[in-house]
Design a protein around this ligand. Sequence first.
Ligand code: AMP
Length: 276
Amino acid sequence: MRTTNSLSELKSVRAGMNGTFGLVPTMGALHAGHASLIQRARAECRNVGVSIFVNPAQFSQEEDLSNYPRPIERDLDFLHDLGVDVVWVPTVETMYPPGFQTWVTVEEMGAPLEGKCRPGHFRGVATVVAKLLNSFTPDRAYFGQKDAQQVVVLKRMVRDLNFPVELVVCPTVRESDGLALSSRNVYLDPAQRQAATVLYKALSAAQKKYECGERDAEVLRETMRSVVKSERLAEQQYVSAADPETLCELKEVGGTVLLSLAVKIGRARLIDNFLI
Ligand code: AMP
């Protein structure tokens, strides 16, 4: 496994590779959710690259940038064991050199939900992913359904800017009690960890209503709201029952629906979703 901070070294390693290349962008603090993306890439591509970059541009001022976990040695061992070929760990100065001023904004899909709670978040995500795609030139790039809005934003960007890459979306990996794996779960103390199952419970309750024939989207949202409200340690940020492509809130569910929510528990801000 080749590991580098340097863009020119990455490019020369990449130039020496034959066959398909799969990229898995990450912010590190790797867990089984990341591993599932890497294993999928490993199964589908001759070469696999991973980036580890805690992207300051996608954190707002009040967010957890400085505390974000960065266990780099452990992460590199983890990637080595998964058979990754090349790891790029750019510095902030490499990614955003002095004078940097070119940003990618996916206007409509980046605005609601996470975009509303975290202004500028998707501008940071789209810009860094555009740079990663230009730097690695992958045939395929792998993302988790866990970050559903991110997938919608990036699919739009790839289409709008003609990036020659296929985006592959992988299912959310969960703990046995339903909690989606996240690097931010380490912020939870035992009581908060228990409370964090409320996201999965809320989504499951709305899904059950849907399966029983409920098609009024407001009823599905209200179902999620009331489950979140029943958990004392949970502070709801939003609940949504939206069109999976436009992310517009639905009145009536016709075809598929993206149920999603964001909840604060202690200092962890957690998100989850079901696509049904
Ligand atoms: P992050 O390091 O949080 O930026 O995540 C890197 C990639 O891993 C993103 O595409 C995430 O959607 C994906 N990911 C994070 N958590 C999970 C999970 N529990 N299951 C599947 N994919 C995940």
